[in-house]
Design a protein around this ligand. Structure first.
Ligand code: PGA
Length: 227
């Protein structure tokens, strides 16, 4: 199972350094990707773990204040980048066209994009889940899909403690699989040490994108032991 840890906008510098020290005691055979807040990318120092970022600019270089280009991430040894997370779509108005450009920039420098897709509660209740996901995935049509990791993250499950049933997750992942035959498929949204036994019944989940539990190393170790 591929395990991607999304720290979001958490930790002071000293908390992050302490976390890294503790993290080096984690024992697992699952491949890990740590995505810290951008200021801490340069402090990353963990053997046997890959470095990821939580975003990238859709611009290459030049007059774009506040942006971080794919080539700059590459120079920081970033191997993966989370793209199109619902919090960025919500907080920064990111559109599918922006997300497509970001994926192109990442692929051009050899960073693996982790594309997040997912429906709102209302969309699920109206039976529109598969339609919403298909639209979000359509940006991959003329790209090298197999180089993109796809994370199904129902928006209503992120940080809420609510998780879809395994049948609901598998219905979505099956439809993603039919469109992206080679991509690694992740599940994200309140996955934790208490529901991992249930999530393990999925036929399609190949890894997890973890938010809340990524900050709590004892629970993370239990999760890794069980998955
Ligand atoms: P969560 O976050 O595990 O806290 O629900 C997952 C994510 O947003 O990537």
């Amino acid at each position: 199972m591929k395990i991607v840890l999304n720290h979001k906008c958490n930790f002071t510098k000293s908390e992050f350094l302490k976390y890294q020290q503790e993290f080096s005691k984690i024992k697992t055979s699952h491949p890990l990707v740590l995505c810290p807040s951008t200021p801490y990318l340069s402090l990353f120092n963990l053997p046997n773990t890959s470095l990821g970022s939580q975003d990238v600019s859709c611009y290459e270089t030049g007059a774009h204040t506040g942006d971080v280009a794919a080539s700059q991430l590459k120079m920081m040894n970033v191997e993966y980048t989370i793209i199109g997370h619902s919090e960025r779509r919500r907080d920064h108005g990111e559109k599918d066209s922006d997300i497509k450009e970001k994926i192109e920039k990442l692929l051009s420098v050899g960073i693996t994009p982790i594309l997040c897709v997912g429906e709102t509660k209302e969309e699920r209740e109206c039976g529109k889940t598969l339609e919403v996901i298909a639209k979000e995935l359509s940006i991959l049509n003329d790209l090298d899909k197999e180089k993109v990791i796809i994370a199904y993250e129902p928006i209503w499950a992120i940080g809420t403690g609510e998780v879809p049933t395994v049948a609901e997750i598998d219905e979505v992942l099956e439809s993603i699989r039919s469109k992206a035959k080679e991509s690694i498929l992740l599940y994200g949204g309140s996955a934790n040490d208490e529901n991992i036994e249930e999530l393990k019944k999925s036929k399609y989940i190949e890894g997890y994108l973890l938010g809340g539990i990524s900050l709590k190393l004892e629970k993370l170790q239990v999760f890794l032991d069980l998955c």
